[in-house]
Design a binder for this molecule. Sequence first.
Ligand code: BGC
Length: 742
Amino acid sequence: MASSRLNQARDRRFDLVALLLGLMVATASAQPPQRQAAPKGPWMDKSLSPDQRAEMVVQEMTLDEKISMLHGRGGFLAEGAISNGGAGVIQGVPRLGLLPIQLADSAVGVRAAAERGRYSTLLPSTIALAAAWDSNLAYEYGELIGRELRDQQYQASLGAGVNLMREPRNGRNFEYAGEDPILAGKTVAQLVKGLQSQKVIGDIKHYALNDQETGRNIGDVKMSRRVMRQTDLLAFEIAILESQPGMVMCSYNKVNGDWACENDYLLNQLLKKTWGFKGAVISDWNATHTTAKAALAGLDAEQPGGPSERARFGDALKKAVDAGEVPMSRVDEMVHRILRTAFAAGVVDDPPLGRVVDPFKGAATAQRVAEQSSVLLKNANSLLPLDAARVKSIAIIGSKADTSVLSGGGSAQVDPPGGGASRFGGPAIWFPSSPLNAVRGKAPRAKVEYHDGVDVKAAAAFAKTSEIAIVFVNEPTTEGRDMPSLNLSGTQNELVSAVAAANPRTIVVLETGGPAAMPWIDSVGAAIEIWYPGIRGAEALANILFGDVNPQAKLPATFAKSDADLPHPAIFGFDQLPKPGATPPPGTPGAPPQRFQMKPFDIDYTEGLKVGYKWFQAENKQPLFAFGHGLSYTSFAYSDLTATIDSVSFKVRNTGKRAGAEIAQVYAGLPASANEPPKRLVAWEKVLLSPGEVKTVTLKLDPKFLSIFNEDKDDWELLSGDYRIFVGGASDSTPLSAPVRR
Ligand code: BGC
């Protein structure tokens, strides 16, 4: 009772904040940035296809109008009236009543809302979503972002990132969907489908191989076609084919010698020809290096552009057309792709009119995602869940857990409610969702106190006096910067070790954007990874800690014991960065504004196909926690596997005392002649089971996921030979296996 009263009180506080925010939104929405006559013309006939409609508009446009559509006018509020405050704008055609397309970063919620007096929901990070292995949830996540983009009068999102986690220290891993191409591709496909269901243009980025931030503007990724197609590009292939996004954003880096935004293989040959992508390729911000080469290689639009005389796809493109370097037909195609995308998404017929964001609906979704994406890594002697009726005292330690949860930085940064606008490269932003209050709400009779953990000895002494200690550790990550190591920064490892030494009932909660090393893991009772958990992170966590929610998520990436076990002990190009304590060179966050140019370097991913768990299995290395690992408060048993090359069937039983969900995973080993890593994920299903219940799971196997990419044939090939199917609850726990011949 008391607990629910406290919860209600907290909810009411949340309601008040939300109401105030809503009023701010209403005020902001009262000044729409775009006022223009409704579009008229034969292309407004909705019975025509998006291609027919686009073609009609192209026929009407002058060359200047076409050129103006192909470069932005500068990011954020640079262009005053024509910008809605997002990262960029695709200019419209005022003469024809066609509105500009307002673009907003919205990886984990709509960015830069506070700048315009608006509010956006902060969702758990994309990596968290991948940890849920749940297509419905991914759709819902995308729907929320799409809805809030429309509410804020944006026509297009900038991302859905699906870069593969080849590098667990990449500062943007929190914006991506993990290390497996199929899980990542399917997760992002559902997200984009959900987003586009709201009549907003979806975008998939950063195409391709932008798997580290260090030297992202200069690094040249070297990789064979087979490796690319089976790893990083497979994630894009799945996401793009399944969701048909309106846009794909090409990345900053080079791939095999050519910039990604002028890479004929990536853009023309693969994306447009082989995959049949009908939308527009837009450049990452300032990633357009040339005019004719980029236009001919398949780049359709430059962002953020700027005044026509300075843009590569401005006056320079007009000159290139006049000089015959870029045919007019190509310019028409570029414009066609943008217009087609706008018609297909519905933003011309049904432009976003602006509406108050619903913070309650957003918070409810954010909480559900957090509950389903937090991974219980360790739970010795069933320390968790805590029994609210019995627990007498809990020490909460570290990571601002008295007030807040962490969010990820860079262009995926969502502004905090009621707070000021966040600054790119500025300090990490903490959101008001208080673990201390949430735990107090669950155990109202217990003594629940907080210590900031700065003084390690004092924190350990504080932990000693409590029955339970919950230590929070965190690692802020951001676009533009990688982590030097998997080790948690500062004195956090010492803090955990000291607290665990003082109190055997220590639970560690990690707020990280990806894998972290845990040298103290053997000394703690339990550990739970909550990623950057979003605006209701603390409430979701408390539900898990006290067993109102049974954890069900599984890791979408391998957690290595240490950097030494990774394919590359250090990040490529990291040696060029200033050493800690040295004056940062211009261009790095907090440094003078001139551009800091690193010397060109190659990024040679020598591990090739062995990304993530495939590396650990092929090299016989024991990870700290394997890909696919995640515990529940109940237990599951697998039996009765039958498998063919097309489908598998098996039983899962809940052998414990609580209802729970198991993410059952199917892996395949290919014939020896394929020369592949031992196992690859090929299918999975989340199975909900009450205690004692058994369900039969039958899953189709997609032949592409069992294939290799044959470079000579330039196509996928399902080899003949002996396969092996493995089934279980993690990549390192597959109790069932069966041979399959093809
Ligand atoms: C990022 C993109 C982002 C763009 C616009 C770039 O720095 O790499 O992901 O969409 O900025 O903010």
